[in-house]
Design a protein. Structure first.
Length: 267
């Protein structure tokens, strides 16, 4: 499967920015507290709106911008970052336990490096969203093919570098199953994500992706018995409301366009 020459540049940008975003996200989560890292990366939808307006000449309405901002605010409230709520009020004190490697890297390099990487993730994610939107005329399976090829090659190179040229498996059955399950779910996510950006604006879809934050909170409370926090509950509700309003607006616009076409056909 090949893409036309005119789409080579945005396709290369999508593969490059997407791969960098995924790689640095892992690095950020290792060196920065989970709440701070995720809160920073959740700002990417707002940057995607700005980049879509500048590069793709998209003109999102005030309603879409407001709902997207509501999604971002809700996602930040769910994770309760330490720089806003303090160490005792953030999710890091109750939901997550940082590894010894995380403490060592934070001590050696400081969290400024991880914060810088998180900022880079924001820009690369927004760039990936905008490039996906510009590839709406390219079959989504073609885009997925080149993106998976790029990430696979980069992962193999990274494994060889980290393991000094030798592949070392040594994984338990549970760990291997978790890795395979994560890969399968990530593939499904990227498949629907790539397809979705062919139908709607970059900023809107980037904001709607934040619904997973509310789902994680709901599953944590119902399945894992996580304590219900008022801030996180209100944030999950705000994110769900923002996504619902965006979806209803999209459905209303779709049916209004269909009714208009029917009227034109009857005349």
């Amino acid at each position: 499967m090949r893409a036309k020459k005119e789409f080579h540049r945005p396709l290369l940008l999508r593969c490059f920015t997407g791969c960098i975003a995924m790689t640095l996200t892992v690095l950020v989560l290792q060196k920065l507290s989970v709440s701070n890292a995720t809160a920073i990366t959740y700002l990417s939808p707002l940057l995607a709106f700005a980049m879509a307006v500048f590069f793709l000449k998209e003109k999102p309405g005030a309603f879409a911008l407001g709902c997207s901002a509501l999604c971002v605010i809700g996602a930040v409230l769910v994770v309760r970052p330490a720089f806003l709520f303090g160490k005792n009020g953030s999710t890091d004190a109750k939901w997550y336990r940082r590894s010894m490697t995380s403490f060592v890297t934070s001590y050696l390099f400081g969290e400024s490096l991880a914060i810088g990487c998180a900022v880079v993730v924001v820009f690369t994610q927004a760039g990936a969203y905008v490039s996906l939107r510009s590839l709406q005329k390219v079959p989504h399976l073609v885009v997925m093919q080149y993106f998976l090829l790029t990430t696979t090659l980069v992962s193999l190179i990274a494994m060889l570098v980290v393991q000094h040229g030798k592949f070392k498996a040594g994984l338990s059955l549970e760990t291997g199953g978790a890795i395979l399950g994560t890969g399968a779910l990530a593939f499904t996510e990227q498949l629907f994500l790539t397809r979705g950006f062919q139908f709607d604006g970059a900023g809107v879809l980037a904001a709607m992706r934040l619904l997973h934050v509310g789902c994680e909170f709901a599953w944590g409370v119902t399945l894992l018995g996580t304590a219900l926090n008022p801030w996180s509950a209100s944030g999950a509700a705000a994110t769900a409301a923002g996504v619902l309003f965006l979806a209803l607006c999209r459905v209303h616009t779709h049916w209004a366009a269909r009714r208009s076409m029917r009227r034109m056909g009857m005349q």
